[in-house]
Design a binder for this molecule. Structure first.
Ligand SMILES: C[S@@+](CC[C@H](N)C(=O)[O-])C[C@H]1O[C@@H](n2cnc3c(N)ncnc32)[C@H](O)[C@@H]1O
Length: 125
C-alpha cells in the first residue's frame, strides 16, 4: 500500500487514466468546487473506471452569503441538492450515475430547517 497526499480540487498526485476505481466517503461535500473535484477524479480513472462515493446532500442549499464555516466543516453548509450533485458527476464525463443507497442522515430544525440525506452513488467513466 502507498499513501499519497493531495488536494482533490487542485490536483491528485496520480497520473491520468491510471486507476480502476475511486472510493470516497464524505469528502466532496467539503470541497468548494465540486465540479473540479469530480473532473480530477475522472482524469485519474482508466476508461471504464468507476467511482463509488458516499456523501451527504440536502433538500435546501445554503446561499453563499449565509454560509457558516463551522456548519460547512460539519458537512452541512457545503452540501448540494441531490440533483445538483448528480449534475456535477454528469458534467465531468461520468455516465449514468446510479444511487445505490439513500437514507435520512439528519433533520435540521428551526428557521433554516432542512433534511440531510446520505447517498451512496456509483458511476462509470
Ligand atoms: C468527514 S472527513 C472523512 C474522512 C474519511 N473519508 C472517512 O470516511 O472517515 C473529510 C475528509 O475530507 C478531506 N478533504 C476535505 N477537502 C479536501 C480536498 N479539497 N482535497 C482532499 N481532501 C479533502 C479532509 O482532509 C478529511 O480527511
Amino acid at each position: 500500500m502507498e499513501f499519497k497526499k493531495g488536494d482533490i480540487e487542485r490536483g491528485i498526485p496520480i497520473e491520468d487514466n491510471s486507476v480502476d476505481v475511486v472510493i470516497s466517503n464524505c469528502v466532496i461535500n467539503l470541497t468548494v468546487d465540486k465540479v473540479a473535484a469530480f473532473r480530477e477524479i475522472n482524469r485519474i480513472l482508466k476508461s471504464d473506471g468507476r467511482i463509488v462515493i458516499s456523501d451527504l446532500v440536502t433538500d435546501k442549499e445554503v446561499p453563499t452569503h449565509s454560509i457558516d464555516s463551522d456548519k460547512w466543516c460539519g458537512c452541512i453548509d457545503g452540501a448540494l441538492t441531490k440533483e445538483n450533485y448528480l449534475a456535477c458527476i454528469r458534467k465531468t464525463g461520468f455516465q449514468d450515475p446510479q444511487i445505490l443507497e439513500e437514507k435520512l442522515y439528519q433533520e435540521v430544525d428551526g428557521v433554516d430547517s432542512k433534511k440531510i440525506t446520505s447517498l451512496v452513488i456509483k458511476a462509470v467513466k
